[in-house]
Design a protein around this ligand. Structure first.
Ligand SMILES: Cc1cc2nc3c(=O)[nH]c(=O)nc-3n(C[C@H](O)[C@H](O)[C@H](O)COP(=O)(O)O)c2cc1C
Length: 223
């Protein structure tokens, strides 16, 4: 697939077919993705791939934490408070409005909203997910490199007919992940990607997220 085509067709997939992704395919994707750049080639990424019973158990344990009203908290949040404000919050809300419309979730329908949130915490029922962690000694700077490898995984996956969603929800109860995967405390669990064959009939997969125009986010100097 042409690079531009891949970049433009990649989108977050939140509904998957139940078909399993062969281990060899997942390994091939990671093999290509680790060509991603990293600061001074420090390669902070460490992958933990989950599927089968393990992804189900982690999803279930996440739901139990949610039901017990334990506040989800990422180890590497995108802002200090974990929340967006101002224009960033507005963009977040715009996406949610689009997704809720596609999923036919009314603003006041708490039950459906909760079900939608739970879906994220159980990895959108994807057959597999990839956690990306890094040693605490390279936190927080290594997040930049993990961003690069995450996007590379998402693009390479397209070549195999696979969809992905880079997602924070799945890593919001790190103690659950540690329990089922053995990732030690000395590693910061940064992010995960769900991965599987897209179910194109799933309404949320029709979302086309918006972008600010380039001229609004670019300053040209000397050109
Ligand atoms: C760091 C990061 C965390 C994300 N976390 C979530 C998440 O927890 N749940 C979710 O549904 N999508 C999540 N997303 C997906 C974004 O919502 C998505 O990338 C954005 O809306 C742009 O849409 P697109 O990926 O379809 O282009 C995350 C994306 C990134 C890069």
């Amino acid at each position: 697939m042409d690079v531009i085509e891949a970049i433009k067709t990649r989108k977050s997939i939140r509904g998957y077919k139940p078909n399993l992704v062969p281990k060899e395919v997942l390994a091939e994707i990671l093999e290509a993705a680790i060509r991603a750049p990293s600061g001074m080639n420090n390669q902070p990424w460490e992958f933990t791939v989950i599927a089968g019973d393990v992804i189900k158990q982690i999803g279930q344990a996440n739901l139990e934490k949610l039901s017990a009203r334990e506040t989800p908290k990422m180890e590497a949040p995108r802002t200090e408070s974990g929340q967006f404000a101002g224009i960033h919050r507005e963009r977040q809300v715009a996406l949610a409005v689009q997704l809720f419309q596609l999923m036919d979730i009314a603003r006041e329908d708490r039950e459906k909203r909760t079900e939608w949130m739970m879906r994220g915490f159980r990895f959108f029922d994807a057959p597999a997910a990839i956690f990306i962690s890094m040693d605490e000694s390279v936190h927080p700077g290594g997040q930049f490199d993990i961003g690069a490898v995450s996007q590379t995984i998402a693009l390479v996956a397209l070549n195999h007919g696979l969809g992905t969603c880079i997602m924070g929800q799945g890593v919001s109860y790190p103690d659950v992940i540690r329990k089922f995967t053995g990732i030690p405390e000395s590693k910061v669990i940064v992010i995960c990607l769900t991965i599987g064959y897209p179910d194109w009939d799933f309404p949320a997969n029709k979302v086309q997220s918006e972008r600010e125009p380039v001229e609004k986010v670019t300053t040209w100097c000397g050109i």
